[in-house]
Write a protein that binds this ligand. Structure first.
Ligand SMILES: Nc1nc2c(ncn2[C@@H]2O[C@H](COP(=O)(O)OP(=O)(O)OP(=O)(O)O)[C@@H](O)[C@H]2O)c(=O)[nH]1
Length: 386
């Protein structure tokens, strides 16, 4: 953690950076991040689970064939019955996983894929031990290892399912009458194997969580302006293109508000750069409040230039939004004694609205808003022009 600390402080407050800085030794994030991580894991582990299940089915069948060589008595039919029962259950799980529709069932399905063969194998071993105490029980460890490393379970889930398998094994062996010293020997071997799995799984999950936090943080840093936390120009360009296509499909209009703080250079010169940064942050918060709907976006284009992209609203509504923004900034009443326009910090806003379905390029929307902003500046600033 300490290696991150130095640069993490530069990007805080940010939920991913905060979590990286505060640590997660217990393999748990704060609640909203934990939920996000689990969803990410669900998506990430889907293919892994399908491959693991395919391999598991083949291994299970191979062990069933092996039983026939190792056990020659009637018990082999009990063992085969158990194996077939487990096989049927695994096939149902495989079918549900193949459909890929039941993502909410992913964890229960994974647990079933461990518990069914685990308890099934424990029962098979116990039945075999009634006729041949040297029948190999070590295969149980393979199932525990699959829980720790193969099916994408979290440590707590892998540990719980492995313990259930172990307890099941002890119970079945007690019923089958395996001599106690031998049972203790077997259980100790399985416990030590599990201990290794536990440590490996902890390190793996720790790294997976760290990777999740860092990759999300990188995404935020690549898409957001560090001073205001608004989207940056790159993110804006991408979103504008995306929304343009969506508005084209849905026959809706798109509005762009280009906002520029008036006499900001004079503000910086008068009150200092730090105070200027404070103003940029407060303007950012005002714009961010105006873009709360999921497809809307507030952007810092650079310097004291901002933009608000609004989805599916008319020119009149866009003008109204712009006036509200201007009024919200005025209501903050940030003193600006060097402004030639007013005694407080104000902004000029250029508004453009277009329906992509009517034809034209999305760059036109920006051009129209830019021209309107130029006019707002030219007509005396602190006003909205469409
Ligand atoms: N404090 C601070 N100032 C910045 C930042 N980025 C750009 N600026 C300053 O913003 C000022 C922009 O000046 P101009 O482009 O002349 O704009 P203006 O003074 O607002 O003039 P008008 O827009 O015509 O009213 C410059 O002094 C930049 O140094 C920043 O991140 N923080």
């Amino acid at each position: 953690m300490t290696t991150h600390q130095a640069w993490l402080d530069d990007v805080r407050p940010n939920p991913y950076a905060d979590q990286l800085a505060s640590g997660f030794r217990r393999l748990r994030f704060v609640r909203p991040l934990e939920r996000e991580y689990r969803l990410y894991m669900q998506d990430d582990a889907f293919d892994l689970k399908r491959i693991a299940l395919g391999v598991g089915l083949l291994v299970w069948l191979a062990f069933a064939a092996l039983d026939f060589f190792l056990i020659a008595t009637g018990e082999r039919w009990w063992m085969l019955t158990i194996r077939l029962g487990v096989l049927a259950l695994l096939l149902v799980c495989a079918l549900l996983l193949a459909l890929r529709r039941h993502t909410h069932l992913l964890v229960p399905l994974s647990l079933t894929c461990i518990l069914a063969p685990g308890l099934g194998a424990a029962a098979v071993v116990a039945v075999a031990h009634t006729v041949d105490p040297s029948y190999p029980y070590e295969g149980l460890l393979l199932i525990c290892m699959a829980a720790y490393f193969l099916v994408g379970l979290r440590l707590s889930e892998a540990l719980a399912s492995s313990l259930v398998v172990l307890l099941g094994y002890v119970g079945f062996e007690l019923l089958s009458g395996l001599p106690i010293p031998r049972l203790i020997n077997n259980v100790l071997f399985l416990l030590f194997g599990n201990l290794m799995g536990l440590v490996g799984c902890y390190l793996l999950e720790y790294k997976s969580r760290e990777h999740f936090l860092i990759s999300r943080l990188m995404r935020v840093l690549a898409e957001r302006d560090s001073l205001t936390s608004l989207h940056n120009r790159r993110s804006f360009n991408r979103q504008l293109e995306r929304l343009w296509r969506q508005a084209q499909r849905e026959q809706l209009s798109l509005a762009l508000l280009l906002c520029d703080i008036d006499h900001f250079k004079a503000y910086n010169d008068c009150y200092g750069h730090q105070a200027g940064d404070g103003v940029l942050r407060r303007v950012g918060a005002v714009l961010s409040d105006a873009a709360r709907r999921p497809l809307d976006m507030a952007v810092r284009l650079g310097g004291e230039e901002f933009a608000v992209l609004l989805y599916g609203i008319s020119q009149e509504q866009a003008l109204q939004h712009a006036e509200e923004l201007r009024a919200a900034l005025a209501a903050l009443n940030i003193r600006h004694e060097r402004s030639e326009t007013a005694a407080m910090v104000t902004m000029s806003i250029g508004v453009a609205s277009m329906s992509p379905g009517d034809g034209g390029e999305f760059s036109l929307l920006y051009e129209h808003a830019d021209r309107a902003l130029y006019e707002a500046k030219a007509f005396g600033r602190n006003q909205v022009v469409a």
